[in-house]
Write a protein that binds this ligand. Structure first.
Ligand SMILES: [Zn+2]
Length: 145
C-alpha cells in the first residue's frame, strides 16, 4: 500500500459549506459513536460534485467502526439512480484522526468511491480515494451554498 498525500491527481471533491456543516452535525449527534452518511452527486471531469448528503444509521453503534444497514443502503442506491445521482462518496467520523483505519482500507477496496473522514477531535476533514493499490488524498473544495 502506497500512501500519497501531495495531491498528485487532478481529482477533487466539491462540497458546499452547508453540506460540510451537516456532516459535522451528524458526527456531533452520533457522538461518541462513529457517524456515517453517503455523498450523492455526480462525477464530472475528475470532479466529484456532491449534490446532497444522505445520513445513514451506524448499525455498529461503535466508537471505532461503522456499518451501514444493507437494506437502507440498497434503498439509497435505488433512490439515487432514480434521481439522476450516484453514490460518489462514503462519509464517516472518527473520534481522533482522519486517516483510514485498516478496516476502512479493506472496505475502500470493495467500495472504490471517495472516502471522506471527519476527525471530531480537531473538526477537520480528509478525503481519500484508493486507486489501484495507491491511497490518494483528494483535494476538498468547499464552496458557498
Ligand atoms: Zn474509519
Amino acid at each position: 500500500m502506497i500512501w500519497r498525500t501531495n495531491y498528485l491527481s487532478e481529482i477533487a471533491l466539491l462540497v458546499t459549506e452547508n453540506q460540510m456543516s451537516a456532516l459535522a452535525r451528524y458526527a456531533k449527534e452520533d457522538f461518541p459513536n462513529e457517524s456515517c452518511a453517503l455523498l450523492l452527486g455526480n462525477l464530472v471531469n475528475n470532479e466529484y460534485r456532491v449534490k446532497m448528503t444522505k445520513r445513514m444509521e451506524n448499525m455498529a453503534h461503535s466508537k471505532y467502526s461503522f456499518n451501514m444497514d444493507p437494506d437502507e443502503l440498497m434503498k439509497a442506491y435505488q433512490w439515487s439512480s432514480a434521481n439522476g445521482l450516484n453514490v460518489i462518496g462514503v462519509y464517516h467520523s472518527h473520534l481522533v484522526g482522519s486517516n483510514p483505519s485498516n478496516t476502512d482500507l479493506t472496505f475502500m477496496k470493495i467500495n472504490p468511491v471517495i472516502w471522506l473522514i471527519y476527525d471530531v477531535s480537531s473538526s477537520t476533514y480528509n478525503a481519500f480515494l484508493l486507486v489501484q493499490d495507491t491511497l490518494e488524498e483528494i483535494r476538498i473544495e468547499v464552496s458557498k451554498d
